[in-house]
Ligand binder design. Structure first.
Ligand SMILES: *Cc1c(COP(=O)(O)O)cnc(C)c1O
Length: 462
């Protein structure tokens, strides 16, 4: 199994190499050269199996020789042992034909734990075997960073530095990053917004001296290993509702396009998915693009669903790569135009995109109203991101095809928005109830590439 870059000008890599590298050296993202197929009988056999068993069967073909069978099973077991729910990703019914996939039972209460916990264990195993050490730098709108710090804290072969936009993340998100005491993990509060953090991160990857000097590795949602981990729960949930014997649809609250792209991979592997619905907040660049209006950057508007406050949606490049028939030169050209503000999608590519994806955008008021309505009609307390999904799903449902909306975070991770909408203050699960009492450790940093690189070089443990 080999991995190729979406810009067509980087070396082919194995799974392990692609995972440890993150961004390709031509600026592109790694994708599998071929998508493994699962037959209807193989998918049907997932029914009644534990989450970890399905995870093994779905992901094994992508991993190739990078891990042995037993080794990979043990990695998966360790990754999900710390989850607070036996089903890992339980389904809850909201209404006739509408279901919520709860992805917030991991250690930092957001779906990012599914990928990050797995990546942490894969890095530990691969680096231990190589006798190598890497520096992980990540940019976060809140949930990636907390999941990364939680997954890598105390591991032997990694230093972790997480850039987050100062003052623009929730207190729970911040505390999950600033309260771990292990000296290999560092929270950096940067001046600017999430797109600024992500841009500096990309700059670091494109500075090959720095990149090679510190052994830079990326665990942002562009990392293929993360996308792969997220493919699994599309299978477990669809099979629980009758796949492969019937089709299901998914609505996915979307920012960086990682989670929804994982759904697309599940579909390409053979899972009968009818529609993949992209749900955005008022930062609706993806909705506008999928509606045929081109892909044009605007200014990010801070919202009550901050993990989706984004203009440049990194993983969308992977969707474009397939829509352009895997023409790396064409994708590289689009990404060049994006630097100057945006691009138009060709008619042929647009047809491919629209054959898989639908979309909708939700205002702030609609998000709050949905949180309130769901509490009143079902007793479910939604985080604002999940509410964006539920609202769009309600508009896109088709009779006869179950709709599964992904609940991407626990309401207690965004208590202010939930309390403002409902008057109910969502409590943290008991296992993390002391989060507000733990001391914080954080460094304020400027939006300046040189200063950031110096800071990182000076604070590694090696
Ligand atoms: C990261 C995140 C999203 C967006 O996911 P993408 O994979 O980046 O599209 C949505 N909701 C929550 C709570 C998140 O943490």
């Amino acid at each position: 199994m080999h991995y190729i870059s979406t810009r067509g000008a980087a070396p082919l890599l194995t799974f392990e190499e692609a995972m440890l590298t993150g961004l390709a050296r031509d600026g592109g993202l790694y994708v599998p050269e071929i998508i493994p197929q699962l037959s209807p009988a193989e998918i049907a056999a997932f029914e009644g199996q534990p989450y970890e068993e399905v995870a093994y069967r779905v992901m094994r073909p992508f991993v190739g020789d990078s891990f042995g069978d037993t080794e990979f099973r043990e990695i998966i077991d360790r990754a999900y042992a710390g989850f607070g729910h036996a089903a890992r990703a339980p389904l809850v019914q909201l209404d006739q034909g509408h279901f919520l996939l709860e992805l917030f039972h991991g250690p930092t209460l957001a779906f990012k734990d599914f990928a990050m916990q797995l990546i942490g264990q894969m890095f530990q195993t691969a680096l231990g075997r190589r006798g190598d050490r890497v520096t992980i730098v990540g940019a976060t709108s809140g949930d990636t960073g907390s999941a990364a710090i939680e997954a890598f804290r105390g591991l032997d072969n990694v230093d972790v530095f997480i850039l987050y936009p100062h003052g623009r993340i929730s207190e729970v998100q911040r505390r999950q990053m600033t309260t771990p005491t292990e000296s290999n993990v560092h929270a950096l509060a940067m001046d600017g917004d999430f797109d600024d953090c992500q841009a500096r991160l990309k700059d670091m990857f494109n500075d090959f001296d720095f990149r090679d000097g510190v052994g830079l590795a990326g665990v942002n949602s562009i990392n293929w290993g993360r996308v792969l981990a997220q493919v699994v729960y599309f299978f477990t949930s669809a099979v629980a509702l009758g796949a492969p014997h019937r089709k299901v649809s998914f609505t996915v609250p979307t920012g960086n396009f990682g989670d929804i792209f994982a759904g697309y991979i599940a579909k390409r592997m053979g899972l009968p998915i009818d529609r993949l619905v992209v749900a955005t907040n008022q930062n609706d660049i993806l909705h506008r693009c999928l509606s045929g209006q081109g892909y044009h950057k605007g200014a990010t508007q801070p919202s009550i669903s901050p993990s989706m406050d984004i203009q440049v949606s990194s993983n969308f490049e992977r969707a474009l790569f397939d829509a352009y028939d895997r023409d790396g030169k064409a994708v590289a050209q689009l990404m060049e135009e994006l630097k100057a503000g945006g691009f138009e999608v060709s008619q042929g590519a647009m047809q491919v995109l629209q054959s898989h994806y639908s979309s909708g955008a939700v205002s702030e008021d609609e998000t709050s109203a949905t949180i309130k309505t769901l509490l009143d009609t079902t007793g479910e307390l939604l985080c604002p991101h999940s509410a964006v999904g539920v609202k769009v799903a309600g508009d896109r449902r088709v009779a006869g095809t179950p709709m599964i909306t992904l609940a991407t975070a626990h309401p207690a991770k965004f208590p202010d928005a939930v309390a403002a909408a409902t008057g109910v203050h969502p409590p943290l699960p008991p296992r993390m109830a002391d989060l507000y009492d733990r001391p914080e450790r954080v460094t304020r940093v400027p939006n300046d590439l040189g200063a950031l690189m110096d800071h990182i070089k000076g604070h590694r443990l090696t």
